[in-house]
Write a protein that binds this ligand. Structure first.
Ligand SMILES: Nc1ncnc2c1ncn2[C@@H]1O[C@H](COP(=O)(O)OP(=O)(O)OP(=O)(O)O)[C@@H](O)[C@H]1O
Ligand SMILES: [Mg+2]
Length: 155
């Protein structure tokens, strides 16, 4: 992977592609991905790195959402940023873990010891930083867990 390779592309298309892959995994537990993406979410960056970042967040959501529930993915233009929100219907993490889960190899109590290394969110945050973007997580008062990723729109 050439880390210096940057191109301008539609983030909505990237997420649609990823959702197709992740959808299969979701179906095996009776879940669905509900996408609501605005057109032309044009961003500039390393498409492979960004793919990995978004793929991890989508896979985490599908892994942690209970059987038969829906994972919602929205993508919007907001004040010069492409803002993507991935919301699952799971129990989220302890409030004290909302930042810790971004640390390398940290896996909260809800994680299955046979799946994953605890690196996905660490990498996702690094990748977002490299693109002058951000990633944050929040436990929703109404139940569910939301991950918000922001990337500057292409100039
Ligand atoms: N959608 C989510 N709901 C609840 N907990 C989550 C969610 N996403 C991540 N987590 C918690 O954050 C931890 C870190 O996530 P991260 O993606 O970094 O690692 P992982 O998914 O365990 O492994 P890897 O991504 O390296 O395969 C997870 O182990 C889990 O405890
Ligand atoms: Mg992960």
């Amino acid at each position: 992977m050439d880390a210096n390779l940057r191109e301008t592309f539609d983030l909505a298309e990237l997420i649609e592609d990823l959702a197709e892959d992740v959808c299969f995994e979701a179906m095996t537990k009776g879940c669905m991905l509900d996408l609501a993406l605005e057109n032309n979410l044009l961003v500039t960056g390393n498409i492979e790195m960004l793919r990995r970042a978004f793929e991890n967040v989508l896979r985490n959501a599908v892994r942690h959402t209970p059987e038969g529930t829906i994972v919602t993915v929205t993508g919007k233009h907001e004040q010069g940023f492409a803002v993507v929100e991935v919301i699952d219907a799971g129990a989220g993490v302890a409030d004290t873990d909302l930042e810790t889960i971004f640390e390398p190899f940290y896996r909260a109590e809800n994680s299955n010891p046979f799946e994953g290394y605890g690196l996905g969110l660490t990498i996702a945050r690094q990748v977002m930083k490299l693109h002058e973007g951000s990633i944050k997580t929040v436990n929703l008062a109404s139940g569910g867990f939301a991950v918000t990723l922001r990337l500057p729109l292409a100039a």
